[in-house]
Write a protein that binds this ligand. Structure first.
Ligand code: FES
Length: 138
């Protein structure tokens, strides 16, 4: 039951991606390819001072990688650089089982992927791209 719900969240973002598109003259533009499958994402961001005024993505690939990118853009929009860094680290910790998110958090929909180790990279692809774009070591 819960699992169906999580699947629905993922499919909803996959079919109706939020913030999909390029940002002309973006302050951050980072492409990342998953060499194992050829799926890819590019993350674009525009800062207004320290705040992420706009975060978008383009890409193609599996439902998890594209849904996760869509969810990430929603999560990071409006955040400061520092808050965004914390969000990325928190998400990646959830995906390694080191941190729990509240059940009500949409991102928990991606946690089920932990059971399929080869798919974890699908869920983290966009987040890794953003982190690379910020110039943070992973
Ligand atoms: Fe390629 Fe998911 S199968 S990123």
């Amino acid at each position: 039951m819960m699992r169906d719900l999580y699947g629905q969240v993922i499919m909803d973002h996959y079919k109706r991606p939020r913030n999909r598109g390029e940002i002309e003259g973006a302050d951050l533009e980072e492409h990342l390819l998953n060499p194992l499958c050829g799926d890819e994402v590019t993350i674009y961001a525009r800062f207004d001072g320290d705040k992420l005024a706009d975060v978008k993505f383009t890409g193609r690939g599996c439902s998890i990688s594209q849904a996760s990118a869509s969810m990430m853009t929603e999560r990071l929009s409006g955040k400061s650089r520092e808050e965004a860094e914390a969000e990325v680290k928190g998400f990646k910790k959830m995906m390694t089982g080191e941190q729990e998110f509240p059940e009500t958090d949409d991102l928990v929909a991606l946690k089920g992927v932990i059971q399929y180790p080869s798919r974890i990279r699908c869920a983290t692809l966009a987040w890794d791209a953003f982190q690379n774009g910020l110039g943070i070591d992973q």
